[in-house]
Design a protein around this ligand. Structure first.
Ligand code: ADP
Ligand code: MG
Length: 302
């Protein structure tokens, strides 16, 4: 193995916006058989927005009172989301900004890893997050508007549930646009013989819908951050050499465990530190080029 040819390849990778930590990472990249990708911020742009709002309290559904309730509820939810670092929080804050809501300081706030947030605002106890969070908080009324929520998820939107004082009050659908080159990049990867897997903390229906849109067949969803890492280890136990692509804090353990960890340049610092490779542009089409370059440089070495 000539250090020279590795250096040349590392330089060439840099020209396409791929930062490689060391020569070993390049060598490992040439052996990858399976590519696992996170959804939010990796397949999607990481710029989510609120597209639909469903109220669920029966007395509040119609009329002016409903509007007032909605604004008040949104104010509380956004006030809580102000303290969250999750990408979904920015969508809620944007919605609050559009509606010119004045946020308040919550009396309490805490983050429930991979599920959502809870806290007290204006004396009301709030839980904001996925269905699992609602169940774990013993929220009532979860069956309300179930069919519509299902339809929204089938469209690739993430349902975010809001409970107030233990009762389901609202469901927001949040959508994050898919990166323009995602579909082409995934088909190039699959064509090159790689097994491609989507690994997401999001709702299974939402994750499946996004996977369908970009041509990914294998989907693992509704996983907690520490489970992401376990899924990587399980794939390795099957004999796969695994590359993991992610952007979030919740991807960091999986990036470390993967044979090759790849972070998006616009992702969190923790992800970048945990990864072997960083894609500065955040473009997915660079993936197949990187593996091709890695293989070519290893062929030169032999
Ligand atoms: P991922 O980034 O892979 O979608 P996470 O593990 O970060 O998954 O989050 C899983 C789910 O928890 C989200 O899809 C969302 O439903 C819920 N969630 C987490 N944090 C928040 C938050 N701040 N506001 C609303 N929902 C949240
Ligand atoms: Mg992500």
């Amino acid at each position: 193995a000539t250090p020279m040819s590795i250096m040349v390849s590392v330089g060439r990778a840099a020209q396409m916006g791929v930062l490689i930590k060391n020569g070993e990472a390049l060598q490992m990249a040439s052996k990858v058989t399976c590519v696992v990708l996170d959804k939010t911020g990796t397949i999607t742009l990481g710029r989510p927005s609120v597209t639909d709002i469903l109220l669920t309290a029966p007395s509040d559904v119609e009329g002016a009172k409903a509007d007032q309730t909605l604004e008040q509820l949104l104010t509380r939810v956004a006030s809580l989301e102000l303290h969250s670092e999750h990408p979904l929080a920015s969508a809620v804050l944007e919605e609050a900004k559009i509606r010119k809501l004045t946020l308040v300081e919550p009396e309490s706030f805490s983050n429930v890893q991979g599920r959502g947030i809870v806290g007290i605002v204006d004396g009301a106890t709030l839980a904001v997050g996925n269905r699992e969070l609602m169940k774990s908080q013993g929220v009532t009324g979860l069956a309300m508007r179930e069919v519509e929520v299902g339809e929204l998820a089938e469209q690739g939107k993430t349902p975010v549930y809001v409970a107030q004082n233990g009762e389901l009050s609202m469901i927001m659908a949040i959508t994050d646009p898919i990166k323009a080159d995602a579909k082409v990049a995934m088909s190039a990867l699959i064509k090159s013989g790689k097994r491609v897997v989507l690994l997401s903390g999001d709702n299974l229906h939402t994750a499946r819908a996004v996977a369908d849109q970009v041509g990914i067949k294998e989907v693992i969803a509704e996983v907690l951050p520490e489970q992401k890492q376990q899924h990587i280890i399980a794939l390795q136990a099957e004999g796969e050499v695994v590359a993991m692509v992610g952007d979030g804090i919740n991807d960091a353990p999986a990036l470390v465990s993967a044979d090759v960890g790849i972070a998006m340049g616009d992702g969190t610092e923790v992800a970048i530190e945990s990864a072997d490779l960083t894609f500065l542009s955040g473009r997915l089409s660079v993936l197949v080029d990187t593996f091709t370059l890695a293989s070519a440089s290893m062929r030169n070495i032999k």
